[in-house]
Design a binder for this molecule. Structure first.
Ligand code: C2O
Ligand code: CU
Ligand code: CU
Length: 527
């Protein structure tokens, strides 16, 4: 019997310690590599984090006189219509001495003229597209037939003219216009395509409010932007910015470092947040109180005093500021107070601050009458008898889990009815919500009565993360089963990424048809 007692499979005596040593060495190397990686990653995140905080407060010299967009020329044609012309064109703009930037504009190289018409007038706008690519022009805040709305279905091919016409039928308001080509809106607006559309009515023309355009009644198109060293736009998005492009400086009507001379005791500022992603929390550097007189859709019942006013992209407000002879004050933006965690706050611009515009009062000022106690008699939807209640969940770049489809009608509302829409941001990122064709009333914000700046007529409402609003809408415009209106997030990167849906206003019993372009003839299939 072979009783070899030598263990056949035992490793050599020294092998074990060797393997241990090897394992230890591998662990040490891996560990220090991991540590280095962690340090590198956290270091660069820290670097990005600290770099992500932008402030121009105290660094702006206000050396440029504010440009005021000219009032657009118009003529009355033989049918009594007021006819405007807008040409979308490429150009070069000098924002800073010695530098030129490639830009787009309407009737000029950057932004566009202010269109102005009165309630009851029939207007025609001949829009020429002289750009190298198709685009559209949308009348944001305007109540008008869906075919004239200028959304993504009303594309204007290069070299062609689109001539929408409609009757102005809404209270006086500061509206605006901008392109709306699906997937391209952010770029087209960033390059400079935006302008104001002021609607007047008898009430606004009689009201004791500053109304001398460009002197004591001043449109302010406020946008953030960024330039490279050679003066071209840099619209790249930050590493962790989920909202889209955030710039490091402010343009007002295309002016950098602007000042405006004031010759009257009261000055009215028509503020438009024309930024593509940035929410702006306005206030004055001396903390002065100003009076809010109008929101998106027009005048409030009464002026509302406040020290701060937050506007998300696309929102407007009219404020009246009282000046003392010889003084100066700076319109600024302050950090957002929207309960964002510090990460989201930082990377979505919530901690940023900007000097926006300096107001310089003359040594003697023309006296201004006090603001009227009553500005308008609002007739907003009540939400008391909604024909329908709908819910919209904002998450990522989707609404109710769906991404925009040009060939899908998401909602059909009945003309002449009121509805309640419940909108919830269930996301970690900020969003807002804009509805075409209507001015709505905000019923509540997170279950509470809306604050004063959200009590007037609105077409766009901001939704910080984990917030909800209920709005009442009244659809009394035209019906058209073939052409949809849009609802969407007005953070344009989100909108372009699919955070948009389509609704149709139909007469009772009428079907929503497939939108023009992807459909057969208009057919009712009731059988
Ligand atoms: Cu200002 Cu649908 O847009
Ligand atoms: Cu709009
Ligand atoms: Cu959004």
């Amino acid at each position: 019997m072979n009783r070899d007692t030598t263990p056949a499979v035992s490793p050599p005596a020294q092998a074990r310690p060797n393997r241990h040593r090897l394992v230890k060495r591998v662990l040490i190397i891996a560990g220090s590599a991991a540590l280095t990686l962690i340090l590198l990653v956290s270091g660069s995140i820290w670097w990005l984090y600290s770099k992500a905080d932008v402030s121009t407060v105290g660094k702006v010299h206000f050396e440029n006189r504010l440009k005021v967009p000219p009032l657009a020329d118009s003529r009355i044609d033989d049918q009594g219509r007021r006819v405007f012309g807008l040409k979308m064109q490429t150009g070069r703009t000098s924002f800073k001495a010695g530098q030129e930037t490639d830009t787009w504009g309407f009737n000029g190289s950057y932004l566009g003229p202010t269109l102005r018409a009165k309630r009851g007038e029939k207007v025609v706008v001949n829009v020429d597209n002289a750009l190298p690519e198709p685009s559209t022009v949308h009348w944001h805040g305007m109540r008008l037939p869906a075919r004239m709305d200028g959304g993504p279905h009303q594309m204007i091919a290069p070299g062609t003219t689109w001539s929408p016409q409609w009757t102005i039928d809404q209270p006086a308001a500061s509206l605006w216009y901008h392109p709306h080509p699906h997937g391209e809106t952010e770029q087209h607006v960033q390059r400079g395509l935006a302008g104001m559309f002021i609607v007047d009515d008898d009430n606004s023309q009689q009201a004791a409010l500053p109304k001398d355009y460009g002197r004591n009644d001043i449109p302010l198109i406020v946008q953030d932007t960024e330039f490279t060293g050679n003066g071209s736009f840099d619209h790249s998005k930050g590493t962790f910015a989920s909202s889209g492009f955030l710039g490091n400086e402010i343009l007002v009507n295309g002016t950098t470092a602007p000042y405006q001379s004031v010759n009257d005791e009261l000055v009215r500022l028509r503020l438009l947040n024309g930024s593509t992603a940035r929410t702006l929390n306005f206030g004055f550097d001396d903390g002065r109180t100003f009076s809010l007189v109008a929101t998106d859709g027009g005048l409030l019942n009464a002026p509302a005093p406040m020290e701060g006013l937050q506007l998300s992209p696309g929102e407007r407000a009219e404020v009246v500021v009282r000046m003392k002879p010889g003084e100066q004050t700076v319109l600024r933006t302050y950090p957002l107070d929207i309960g964002l965690n510090s990460w989201t706050q930082r990377f979505n611009g919530g901690a940023d601050t900007f000097d926006v515009l300096q107001l310089r009062a003359a040594p003697t000022l023309n006296p201004s009458p006090d603001l009227p106690a009553v500005l308008a008699h609002l007739d907003l939807p009540t939400g008391n008898n909604p024909a329908h209640t709908r819910t919209f969940d904002l998450q990522g770049t989707r609404i109710n889990g769906q991404s925009m489809d040009m060939n899908r009608i998401d909602e059909t509302v009945t003309r002449g009815t009121e509805e309640i829409w419940k909108i919830a941001n269930t996301d970690g990122s900020p969003h807002n919500f804009h509805v075409h064709d209507v001015q709505f009333k905000i019923l509540d914000v997170d279950g509470n009565a809306p604050p004063p700046h959200l009590r007037g007529p609105k077409d766009t409402v901001f939704l910080p993360p984990q917030s909800a609003v209920r709005i009442a809408l009244r659809f009394t415009g035209t019906s058209d089963p073939d052409h949809p209106y849009m609802f969407h997030c007005h953070l344009l990167f989100h909108e372009d990424s699919g955070m948009m849906g389509q609704f149709i206003v139909a007469d009772p019993g009428e079907d929503a048809q497939q939108p023009a372009g992807g459909r057969n003839n208009h057919q009712h299939n009731h059988s």
